[in-house]
Design a protein around this ligand. Structure first.
Ligand code: P5A
Length: 445
């Protein structure tokens, strides 16, 4: 993408309404625009990151064997009357009437609707296990929408729902989600710690929240610092192997890690003092096992191998897709701007032309741009007629992890400069070597 042809409305001033760094940088980098309290337009740069995050979420869900579908944002109230949640949900639910005076709502979550789909089509244990998911906009009329996309009213969620014949199979689905979420967050450059939590309006016995530690997080968390050292890495977990998946979950949930709702001071005090940590965290996902809470009230039954009919065992599992942008920025920035991890960056590399209009510099930039594209890497080429300082400031603010700087002086020696946004270190290389290096970096991402 050439910057002169792009739409990147960067702000010079700090927007007064933004209280936390991620909100400030998302506005300044021209990623989002607020349209109403907690409701945002996604401008091109923001949309690119959102799509990257969706891609990672989709890849990891499909790797775990979960099947995508797409449910609507608007739902009929009657479905929610069946589960009893229409009245329970309160003011957080946005209720709408259509022209026929039928009661509708903008879905805050989809347990009822997915149960309705299931009961219409599945009647036998032979069709199980089944996990269906989608990535869809939700609406929750939050009392205090704030911090930009972090606590929105309209927000994008990945929500998945498992259907299993018995409790053991449903717990395996729960575990599978835990492992797939750990992988998902790690690919985004995040450490998200599963913590025992409270199930709130979704219901159920077993639930874990995934928290990214950040001073600006809305949840208070208590944990053994050793839990922050755990990494899934590139382990090739066999998602069909119950024991293997359960062992990974055990590894990640044995050390003490809880949110304030489930905090147990006696257990906490048993941790060696130097490892006892109280901090704040951003909740980027939550998984629930709730058994037959929805299937029993909504009549979603399956016949078992023995020929009896039982309500299907279920759980639901959510990732805060739009919130993740805020969480990643909170975890990865400096005083100049965002520092995107390679996994989610809007563009893999930026090209800065120090002397636009200089024939050699222009030609070298065009050559780099094309050579990168031939390797499947779309660069953001700053081809504006601007001072070098202004170009660097924009690149630093929008946070591309790599920058190639091209100027007449370097070119006279046959080199360009490759700079890491994270470390600030630069290396002089031939243009061909710079392209090779960037391609190598992204080969593993
Ligand atoms: C699980 C999937 C559920 O709704 N039903 C379907 C279950 N869980 S949850 O914890 O309430 O939400 C899942 C994740 O969505 C994000 N989230 C939000 N993101 C931005 N703004 C909000 N107002 C908001 N509310 C929830 C969180 O990341 C949460 O973990």
């Amino acid at each position: 993408m050439r910057l002169t042809r792009y739409f990147l409305p960067v702000l010079k001033e700090n927007p007064a309404e933004a209280q936390i760094v991620s909100h400030r940088y998302m506005l300044r980098a021209g990623m989002i625009k607020q349209q109403a309290a907690g409701i945002y337009s996604w401008l091109p740069l923001g949309l690119r990151v959102l799509r990257r995050i969706e891609t990672i979420v989709n890849e990891e869900q499909e790797r775990a064997g979960h099947i995508p579908l797409l449910m609507p944002t608007l739902q009929p109230a009657d479905l929610w009357r069946e589960s009893g949640r229409y009245d329970d949900y309160g003011q957080e639910m946005l209720r709408i009437k259509d022209r026929q005076d039928r009661e509708m709502l903008y879905g805050p979550t989809n347990e009822e609707m997915i149960t309705d789909i299931f009961r219409a089509h599945v009647t036998s244990y032979k069709d199980l296990p089944l996990t269906l998911y989608h990535i869809q906009w939700k609406f929750r009329d939050e009392m205090r929408p704030r911090f930009g996309v972090m606590r929105g009213r309209e927000f994008l969620m990945k929500d998945g729902y498992n259907f299993d014949v018995d409790r053991d199979a449903a717990l395996h689905a729960y575990n599978r989600h835990m492992v797939s979420y750990l992988r998902t967050y790690e690919r985004m450059g995040l450490t998200a710690i599963p913590m025992r939590a409270d199930s709130g309006p979704i219901g159920g016995d077993d639930t874990h929240e995934f928290l990214v530690l950040a001073a600006t997080g809305e949840s208070e968390v208590f944990f053994d610092s050793a839990v922050t050292e755990l990494k899934l890495g590139n382990r090739d977990v066999d998602y069909d192997n119950r024991a293997e998946v359960a062992a990974v979950c055990k590894e990640f949930t044995t050390l003490y890690a809880r949110t304030d709702e489930t905090h147990d001071p006696a257990l906490f005090d048993a941790i060696p003092q130097e490892r006892r940590k109280v901090a704040r965290g951003i909740e980027v996902g939550q998984i629930f096992y709730f058994g037959t809470k929805y299937s029993a009230s909504m009549g979603a039954e399956v016949t078992t191998a023995e020929g009896t009919k039982v309500p299907v065992e279920m759980g639901s599992h959510g990732i805060g897709v739009s919130r993740l942008l805020g969480a990643i920025i909170e975890a990865s920035h400096d005083d100049k701007g965002i520092i995107w991890p390679e996994g989610v960056t809007p563009f893999p590399v930026g090209i800065v032309n120090l002397k636009q209009g200089d024939a050699a510099a222009d030609a070298a930039c065009e050559g780099l741009y094309k050579a990168l594209a031939a390797k499947g890497l779309e660069a953001l080429y700053d081809d504006r007629d601007e001072r070098a300082g202004a170009k660097f400031a924009t690149m630093d603010l929008i946070g591309l992890p790599w920058r190639i700087t091209v100027g007449p002086r370097g070119l006279a020696n046959g080199v360009v400069e490759l700079t890491s946004r994270r470390t600030g270190t630069s290396e002089e290389l031939s243009p061909e070597a710079a392209v090779e290096r960037v391609a190598q970096i992204y080969a593993g991402v």
